[in-house]
Ligand binder design. Structure first.
Ligand code: ZN
Ligand code: ZN
Length: 272
């Protein structure tokens, strides 16, 4: 075996692989490989690194007449790698292990900061996530329908989707205007099922809206229930028949008042 010691380590590895290592690797036992590395004036670690490199060269370096073999070897490896990536759960692919999920609360138009803070405290009780109040978004006037004196929720939700902060897992948009979707007189909120965005409106959760006297505690309780409900949808939860479950559909404010702020055991299981 012709080894030229004056060559660099890299030069030797490449050169020897071209000259005669192809046969060497089939013949060498581990101990004879150690002697071989010594003769190259390499440490055993360097030698093994070189072995791997040469093995890869042997395996993958195409010769003129073996392009078909080369691709035949490569395709199953690529397919296997894709299969492995495909088998990883979504959470493994998207975020590093141990990283805490971040959910943004984004005011759309004028929303009192105090209400946002109290909402974020209530949400922390229900979700294992870090809540952060994000930069406010303007309320788009093109979503306003003068004939109904309400805002059409769907385009607002779409706009929110275009403004998801980079590090956000989910975003909850909070409005203090009356919102609707065409088939209903009004809605308390809207969400993308199993998506990343949800909306909640505070307007109809105040006692004053119905001509009653102010009840701040009740207002925040309602806001928390509706916010938890809409975010629950983004985690894939559908409406629940349990009267006390926060995922029960609220057709009116009395439904909101009857249900609790917590997920029932069934919904909790699905949430995990
Ligand atoms: Zn719902
Ligand atoms: Zn439930």
């Amino acid at each position: 075996m012709a080894i030229r010691p004056e060559r660099s380590l890299r030069g030797e590895a490449v050169a020897t692989s071209r000259i005669n290592l192809r046969d060497c690797f089939t013949e060498f036992t581990l101990s004879s490989m150690s002697r071989f590395f010594a003769s190259l004036r390499m440490t055993e670690g360097e030698g093994f690194a070189m072995t791997l490199r040469v093995r890869l060269l042997r395996r993958f370096a195409p010769r003129k007449d073996t392009w078909r073999d080369f691709f035949r070897d490569l395709v199953p490896i690529i397919l296997f790698s894709l299969l492995l990536v495909g088998c990883l759960p979504e959470s493994e692919k998207e975020k590093p292990k141990g990283a805490e999920m971040k959910i943004y609360i984004i005011p759309i138009g004028d929303v009192e900061k105090d209400n946002l803070l109290r909402l974020s405290w209530a949400l922390r009780e229900q979700f294992e996530a870090a809540f952060e109040i994000g930069e406010p978004l303007p309320l788009s006037e093109y979503a306003y329908r003068a004939e109904r004196r309400q805002y059409f929720a769907t385009p607002i939700l779409e706009e929110l989707k275009q403004n998801i902060p980079e590090d956000a897992e989910k975003v909850l948009g909070v409005l203090d205007v009356d919102i609707f979707v065409p088939t209903l007189n009004f809605i308390f909120g809207q969400a993308d099922l199993d998506g990343r965005v949800a909306l909640v409106s505070l307007t109809r959760l105040r006692e004053e809206f119905y001509g009653n006297s102010k009840n701040e505690k009740l207002f925040i309780e309602r806001a928390a229930k509706e916010a938890v409900h809409e975010l629950g949808h983004t985690f894939g939860l559908r409406h629940c028949l349990n009267l006390k479950c926060v995922m029960r559909f609220s057709n009116s404010l009395s439904d909101t008042d009857i249900k609790g702020v917590n997920f029932c055991e069934d919904c909790k299981r699905k949430l995990r």
